[in-house]
Design a protein around this ligand. Structure first.
Ligand code: PLP
Length: 364
């Protein structure tokens, strides 16, 4: 298997370090604890965490228990704090404790379960407070019950209180200020406990949202905090696929499944070895584009499972083997996502299927 036949995902670890530094500058005195869940949004949790550790990151967030166990193994003897956002799910206690993971406790039963797990000793814990997203977390009134019943917390070292913003990518949304106020009120019930509210978007909402720790994910990996390119954030992943052939589609004929696009004139078309398993969404047509030979070029017709077609009229460089950029350094992931009615989160995490990852920049 040669490079030229595969989707190529180039991950620029120096760009990752740049974004981490940019977010640290935004965070002021607050810690920046990277979210490396979902295999670091498809870019590879182990190499990403290695480089971020070298840049000074000491706390990381994963979603699942298994992600936490794998990250602990890859970090080896480096003393990182690994928070597991799913919390102390049923049956996870031994594995969480064994890998020294800190669950972000999401409900009263989880608090109970982790307190039981602590048995004779003590265990570290974070508490997730739901301030209006209604996804995970204790309701503020449940927190009041909890702090009022000392028994439930007595074997736990609660070191961090967390909440998550529903609309941080939309600065003018009124829910941001509402959640901020609820968070301040809830966190006041836990004096001396560190506080964490902001994700990538939250870091750009101003100083009030920073607290003691921030938890960015997508903007480390090249997605803008408001779902569009941002001047402080660089592309980290560049995804390219090769042209398989170049052909002329005669006027009046169509391309691909469903005959979704018909040539109004003779059209020079490149057929690209990229499809669903390379992370190209079906909805990329009709607005999708790729970058090739210095310009954005429109996709023509539906994704045909493993192939897409692109207009290369007047483009002499188009020939078999030449690489076309699906998104990355020249075509921002946010733009590629927007054209397909989706988000950078989805475009990035869909990369894991078939592409060959290649890392550039210093590893650590
Ligand atoms: C995923 C996640 C983050 C990171 O969010 P981004 O929008 O990618 O910056 C932070 N906190 C929680 C609770 C999350 O689930």
């Amino acid at each position: 298997m040669t490079d030229a036949q595969d989707t190529r995902i180039t991950i620029d670890l120096d760009a990752l370090a740049h974004n981490y530094a940019a977010l640290r500058a935004r965070a002021g005195d607050a810690e920046v604890a990277p979210a490396v869940k979902a295999d670091a949004y498809g870019l590879g949790a182990a190499p990403v965490a290695d480089r971020l550790w070298a840049e000074g990151a000491r706390s990381f967030y994963v979603a699942r228990l298994a992600e936490g166990v794998a990250l602990r193994r890859s970090l080896g003897d480096r003393e990182a704090t690994i928070y597991v956002l799913d919390g102390a799910t049923p049956g996870s206690g031994e594995a969480l404790e064994g890998a020294q993971l800190v669950p972000v406790l999401n409900s009263l039963p989880q608090v109970e379960a982790w307190n039981v797990q602590a048995r004779s000793g003590r265990l570290r814990a974070a508490l997730h407070i739901d301030t209006g997203m209604n996804r995970l977390g204790l309701r503020p009134e449940e927190l009041k019950v909890l702090v009022g019943s000392f028994d439930r917390l007595k074997r736990l070292d609660v070191e961090l209180v967390v909440s998550h913003l529903a609309c941080a990518d939309t600065p003018e949304h009124p829910l941001n200020a509402t959640q901020l106020a609820r968070f301040q009120e809830a966190a006041a019930l836990l004096p001396g406990v560190r506080r964490s509210l902001a994700n990538s978007g939250g870091l750009f909402l101003g100083e009030a949202y920073r607290f003691d720790q921030t938890r960015p994910g997508v903007s480390l990996y090249g997605g803008g905090p408001e779902g569009r390119p941002h001047p402080e954030i660089r592309a980290v992943a560049t995804v390219e696929a090769p042209i398989l052939q170049v052909r002329v589609v005669p006027r009046g004929e169509s391309i691909g499944y469903g005959a979704g696009w018909t040539a109004s004139d003779n059209t020079r078309v490149a057929i690209i070895a990229a499809g669903y398993a390379d992370g190209v969404p079906r909805a990329a047509f009709p607005r999708g584009e790729v970058w090739f030979d210095g310009a954005r070029r429109p996709m023509l017709g539906r994704v045909s499972m493993d192939l897409i077609a692109v207009d290369v009229t007047d483009c002499d460089a188009a020939r078999p083997g030449a690489m076309v950029e699906l998104f990355g350094a020249n075509l921002p992931v946010d733009d590629a996502a927007d054209a397909a009615g989706t988000s950078a989160y989805e475009r990035l995490t869909r990369l894991t299927l078939r592409g060959v990852r290649r890392y550039i920049g210093a590893a650590r």
